[in-house]
Write a protein that binds this ligand. Structure first.
Ligand code: PXP
Length: 254
């Protein structure tokens, strides 16, 4: 039987964060997407936040052209804001991942609260608008591995759930026991499988904290950003410094 491997979605928001810090055109998110695909990434993930702190509206279109060129999916993360839903409808990504979004947060802090009725209705309304406008679009919801929440999610027109791994990843980084998280993830996988909903994971993952999840073999897709971009600094810094230093060494003072 042919083996199926988990997909790796690379979140390139942090490339845009660096660009926005200077207000120049570099580093380019388009170039970042190309590098990720050339390295084997299965998907590009970007989060168009309401405050536009990193990814800009024009990036969504530009990155979408790259994903189309490589024949790989664009996963657009977004809050349930009608203005952002309009942008998704106009850009037609392959996937939308609905996330909770607070302006004051540093990064997405947890999964959507579907047990709050107003929230649930907002998520339902966004899913319905998106599915009507883009019948081929796939939707995932960013959720905690909580059975009650997952049961509520299974009543919505969704294709996958992205389980929030942020707390697991933090515990792993701090050397704490992560067995209880792995147990929750296993139960979430069973529940989602029974409902025929895809089981994805993301947030806070590193090369090391990814390993126990890979061994579980329960997540079909991982979306990873911050650690990859951080590690890329150290995998590349020496090389670029050496190139610049070489230029200095070739040009003696007069
Ligand atoms: N998945 C979701 C839903 C997210 O909100 C984020 C952060 O934007 C990620 C995955 C990637 O998380 P990180 O950058 O911590 O790897």
């Amino acid at each position: 039987m042919k083996q199926v491997h988990p997909r790796l979605g690379v979140n390139i928001d942090h490339v845009a964060t660096l660009r926005q810090a200077r207000g120049e055109d570099y580093p380019s998110v388009v170039e970042a997407a190309v590098v990720c695909f050339q390295a084997g990434a299965d998907q590009i993930t970007i989060h168009l936040r309401e405050d536009r702190r990193h990814i800009q509206d024009t990036d969504v279109e530009a990155v979408s052209l790259v994903t189309k060129k490589y024949g790989k999916p664009l996963n657009l993360e977004m809050g349930c804001h009608s203005e952002i839903v309009d942008i998704a409808l106009a850009t037609s990504p392959d996937w939308v991942c609905l996330v909770p979004e607070k302006r004051e947060e540093r990064t997405t802090e947890g999964g959507l609260d579907l047990n709050d009725e107003a929230n649930f209705n907002k998520v339902k309304e966004s899913c319905e608008r998106l599915k009507i406008g883009l019948p081929n679009l796939k939707i995932s919801l960013f959720l905690e591995a909580n059975p009650e929440t997952l049961k509520k999610a299974s009543t919505l027109p969704i294709d996958a759930v992205e389980i929030h791994t942020g707390e697991y990843a933090k515990a792993f980084l701090h050397g704490e026991d992560v067995e209880s998280y792995l147990g929750e993830f296993r139960r979430a996988h069973v529940l989602l499988n029974e409902a025929n909903i895809g089981c994805h994971a993301g947030h806070g993952l590193t090369q090391e904290s990814l390993q126990p999840l890979l061994q579980e073999g329960i997540f079909a897709e991982y979306n990873v950003g911050h650690w990859l971009i951080c590690q890329a600094i150290f995998d590349g810094l020496g090389k670029v410094v050496a190139t610049m230093k070489e230029s200095c060494d070739k040009n003696p003072l007069v």
